[in-house]
Design a protein around this ligand. Sequence first.
Ligand SMILES: CC(C)(COP(=O)(O)OP(=O)(O)OC[C@H]1O[C@@H](n2cnc3c(N)ncnc32)[C@H](O)[C@@H]1OP(=O)(O)O)[C@@H](O)C(=O)NCCC(=O)NCCS
Length: 310
Amino acid sequence: MEIIDLRHFGAAELRPLLTEEAQLWSERMSWDYHSSAEMILRYLDSKILPGYAAVDNGRTVGYSFFVYEGSKGVVGDMFVAAQTESGLGERLLNHVAETLQNSPGIHRIEAQLLLHDSGSTSTVFKRRGFRRFPRLFMSLPLRAGLTFEAPDLRSFTLRPWAEPDFQPGASVIMQAYAGHVDSEINDQYRSVAGSLRFLNNIVRFPGCGTFDPTSSFTVIHTASRAVVGMLLCSRVREDVGHVTQVCLLPEFRNQGLARALMAACLRSLLDRKFTELSLTVTEANYNAVQLYERLGFDTRRVFDAFVWEG
Ligand SMILES: CC(C)(COP(=O)(O)OP(=O)(O)OC[C@H]1O[C@@H](n2cnc3c(N)ncnc32)[C@H](O)[C@@H]1OP(=O)(O)O)[C@@H](O)C(=O)NCCC(=O)NCCS
């Protein structure tokens, strides 16, 4: 078994592995991984994707890649073909973490490995000084007639996400996550500039599915016309929605606004015959987990987020 720098690879050598990986994303998360796979293959052909691949007798059997975002490294993914020697995934992640920790100017590393069960990759990250945050992948089957009970909005208006919402939306995200466990996991939430980058990635780029403006809403305080909360939803398969963000300013919580946002999102998805809605939430975010459970979401998987600060 050889571990080789990904930049020596071309798309053709990785394509069969990514096809196998897409199968797993579909089984475990009802996620159509093909467009993400195509993006990875394009980067691979440009020889600009940092990471490692494992080759056994001429066959590519595993890979892991990462990206540099300023002084932060983000582990993109890791996948190992079925029936490959045990421990290969951890070996690849160890190479990735070691490379990032030794990269000049890198002071922070984040990893969220949705495809892997909580605990299954923790040894390597723990040994390298990372903190671990278990996260839940929750989902809800959608059937015709399903509704979420939500209170009367009274002094608030819901309106579909629109272009002018970027700047106020970024400010809402930063305030909503101040002192919150999720801003430990994703440092973009700690500043307006970072939250704007987060919104740009979600809305304009197809990394986490394709943004679905029809089922994404902002909450407006009618009297002041201020944005006080939002729900963003993407399409991760033709008939599956995934909530990528839901948050309210602290002073507007516990009035049923998140419920109202979820109800509006649900209506839009049902109108278009979606069959499932999913989301991820940090296990320690009890309020949010409770809200989703009361709406009928079930935990389908538990995975880990890891963070290292050097
Ligand atoms: C999680 C979060 C979005 C919930 O928003 P919210 O608007 O406060 O949620 P809701 O008011 O709709 O519901 C939450 C709970 O508030 C309480 N609540 C709802 N309506 C209420 C009312 N009219 N009066 C008093 N309490 C009420 C209930 O306990 C409710 O749960 P229930 O509806 O199952 O009874 C919000 O706390 C938040 O922004 N947190 C920070 C960001 C975050 O964690 N986002 C989720 C990431 S996965």
